[in-house]
Ligand binder design. Sequence first.
Ligand code: FES
Length: 157
Amino acid sequence: MSVLTEEMRQKIRDLCSRYPSKQAVTLPALHMVPDAMRQVSREAIVEIAELLDLHPAEVHDTMSFYGFFRDERAPLGKHRLWVCRSLSCMLRGGEQLLSDLCDRMHVAPGGTTADGKVTLEFAECLGACEGAPCILVDEDCYMNQSPQSVEQLVNKL
Ligand code: FES
């Protein structure tokens, strides 16, 4: 049984016509998987490789180059929360926010809460330095964060 849905398989096939080679579709194909499955399993790697006429090792090489992707040993929680710790955010309390969140959630950076709801990570510059310190929750960036606003955000999650 396939781990990729037919919709995902079709999207990957459709992408092939928009890129100069099938290999160039590896990264966008990989991005589809954790959104749906919270991890990139070995089965998903093999299926992507089959669709793109690649060896699974080639897909795995691309995946493992980026810290963004998680395999089945460390799947993502329902939400992914990134705390920026680059210069602007660090100078405005980003590291303290990260430390507070680690204490609050009982996880180290990279860890997922025991209830599987949130994976906490640190990020390098999120590109929103004017609103430092910043946090990214899934696709949404929250700027000018404080311990109080972060607490509210976490309670919502
Ligand atoms: S340093 Fe945090 S957004 Fe740029």
